[in-house]
Design a protein around this ligand. Structure first.
Ligand code: SF4
Length: 202
């Protein structure tokens, strides 16, 4: 990488005037060319600057990588914040028909969904669940996040039971903990996400 500081080697000094002034010394031990007035840096100063700049860039890159790793290791906010989770879930109920409220008593929920999905057979609509949606994350890492969020920071056996009973996972599309037996208007084929390698925390 070239130095951003001008390095000018002065090849000739004025000789005509007997009263010529000597080049000024600067605090950083560089000198000024008497003709051009451009700073002339010593080789040592130039090397010192290059080393300093290189190590500063390395530090910045290292910091960015560290923050990136922290972000990818972190749990999604909604898994740790019940208020945010509820807010996102209610939005999905209102705007995207997330449901049914009680999967054991769906009423005409599936008929309405089948109609909304271009009049597909009701049985087909019933098979399009969060549990097999591409946005549904039940990877070990994500289930651990959900578990920790239930008890406010600590994974527990009772947290595991809650996840199991509700068949919970995390919806990457709408950012809330959803239940495998429900669905919403934006269901996508290809799920669920079971492996930590495919886990995309947001
Ligand atoms: S996008 Fe998929 S996982 Fe999310 S609520 Fe809709 S059906 Fe469920």
């Amino acid at each position: 990488m070239s130095s951003p500081f001008p390095t000018v080697q002065c090849t000739s000094f004025p000789t005509s005037s007997p009263s010529r002034r000597q080049p000024k010394r600067h605090r950083d031990s560089s000198t000024l060319c008497p003709r051009s007035g451009v700073r002339r840096t010593s080789l040592a100063t130039d090397i010192f600057r290059k080393v300093t700049i290189t190590s500063s860039i390395k530090q910045v890159v290292r910091r960015i990588l560290l923050e990136e790793r922290k972000r990818s290791d972190a749990c999604p906010r909604a898994t740790q914040d019940a208020v945010l989770n509820t807010k996102n879930r209610n939005k999905a109920i209102k705007k995207l028909g997330y449901g049914p409220a009680n999967p054991a008593k769906p009423g005409d929920f599936w008929e309405e969904k089948a109609e909304m999905w271009d009049g597909i057979p009701v049985n087909e609509a019933k098979s399009m669940l969060c549990g097999n949606c591409a946005a549904f994350d039940v990877s070990p890492k994500m289930l651990n996040c959900i578990n920790k969020g239930i008890k406010g920071g600590e994974a527990s056996e009772s947290g595991k039971d809650t996840i199991k009973a509700g068949k919970l996972g995390y919806c990457h599309m709408h950012h809330f903990k959803c239940a495998a037996k429900r669905t919403c208007d934006t269901w996508v084929t290809g799920g669920p996400i079971k492996s930590d390698k495919r886990n995309k925390n947001e």
